[in-house]
Structure formats: structure tokens, C-alpha cells
Design a protein around this ligand. Structure first.
Ligand SMILES: [Ca+2]
Ligand SMILES: [Ca+2]
Length: 186
């Protein structure tokens, strides 16, 4: 009985000490408020380092483009990009396309993020936004061309042709097609 009483006394003392400390902390002026205001005034910055993949480059706006040589089908490539905290690449300006073209300079074809999987010939970026900038190769997108027995609903950038775009299969069919290197961005 005495032991139980002593344990209770010790626990009560411990709680009392914590309460006292909390009280003291609450009485200290919050000197961090001025610093918080200064931080809030700064523009938002994506602090994630531009790393990973087989090569990577940042465009002047700070968007990080990451090349994986793969090859993989579109769904698997996109899963890899999501694991990085991004998506298959969104390219919204000629400046960004120049950066990605340099990144894939030695790569014949690499997936970007756009698809027309939802509505044929209406390409969208992974966030659902429309393409405001495009760099289609002459005659593209052609969904495989006249008489094609398959769909071309994904987009590749062709590094060895100066960074033009072509719609290509997202996966087979046709057999052996639909697997490419891929570029992620965030
Ligand atoms: Ca298509
Ligand atoms: Ca095509």
C-alpha cells in the first residue's frame, strides 16, 4: 500500500513539473513571429532537389526534367514518375522544350506526359490541362496514319530530330511498340 502511494506521488510530481514547464514556455514571448512573417512574404519555392533517373536538367523556371532510358510502356513509366513526386513530363513552352531536347539529345524517342486517351485527338497533360504549346513533327499527330490497326494515344519527343513530337502507342499493339525512354517532371 505504501509503495502504491509512493508511485502515485512520483507520478503526480512528474505531471506537476511538466505543467510548470509548459506554463513557463507560454510566458516566453514568441520571438519567431517576425521571422514567420518574413518567410510568408517569400515566393513559394519547390525546394526538392533535381535528382534521380539517368540524367536530369532544370529549365529556367526551375522545373526539373528527369530522363529514364527505360524502355517502359507508358503506364509503368508514369508510375515511376509518380514515385518521384511528379508525372511524365509537362512541356508548356519552347524554352522548356529546348531544355528537354538537350536532355534527350541522344535518345530517339522518349515519352512526355500528354495523351489523347480520353478523347481522340484532344491531347491533355497529366494534370488534365490542355496543350498550349506543341512542337509536333510535320504530319503528326496522325494516330498511326491511314489504315492503322492500332491507336497512337501517347506522345514522344524525338531527341535526334531536334525535339519534335510524335504520337505513338502507349503500349503494344503493335507488338514490340509502345515502350520508350521517358521524361518525368516536377
Ligand atoms: Ca490518338
Ligand atoms: Ca504518330
Amino acid at each position: 500500500m505504501l509503495a502504491r502511494f509512493l508511485v502515485g506521488l512520483v507520478l503526480a510530481a512528474g505531471c506537476g513539473a511538466e505543467l510548470t514547464d509548459d506554463k513557463k514556455q507560454n510566458l516566453v514571448p514568441d520571438s519567431g513571429l517576425t521571422i514567420d512573417a518574413a518567410i510568408d512574404a517569400l515566393p513559394p519555392v519547390d525546394a526538392r532537389p533535381c535528382t534521380g533517373g539517368d540524367a536530369r536538367m532544370q529549365d529556367p523556371s526551375g522545373t526539373c526534367f528527369i530522363l529514364f532510358t527505360g524502355p517502359k510502356i507508358r503506364a509503368d513509366a508514369e508510375a515511376d514518375c509518380v514515385a518521384l513526386g511528379g508525372h511524365l513530363a509537362t512541356v508548356k513552352s519552347a524554352t522548356s522544350n529546348t531544355t528537354v531536347t538537350a536532355l534527350v539529345a541522344n535518345t530517339p524517342s522518349a515519352f512526355l506526359g500528354a495523351t489523347d486517351l480520353t478523347t481522340e485527338n484532344t491531347f491533355l497533360w497529366p494534370d488534365g490541362s490542355a496543350l498550349t504549346y506543341t512542337n509536333w513533327r510535320t504530319g503528326e499527330p496522325n494516330n498511326g496514319g491511314t489504315g492503322a490497326t492500332y491507336q497512337e494515344d501517347c506522345v514522344v519527343i524525338q531527341g535526334m530530330l531536334g525535339g519534335v513530337w510524335d504520337d505513338r502507342p502507349c503500349a503494344p499493339p503493335p507488338a514490340g511498340s509502345g515502350s520508350y525512354a521517358y521524361v518525368c517532371s516536377y
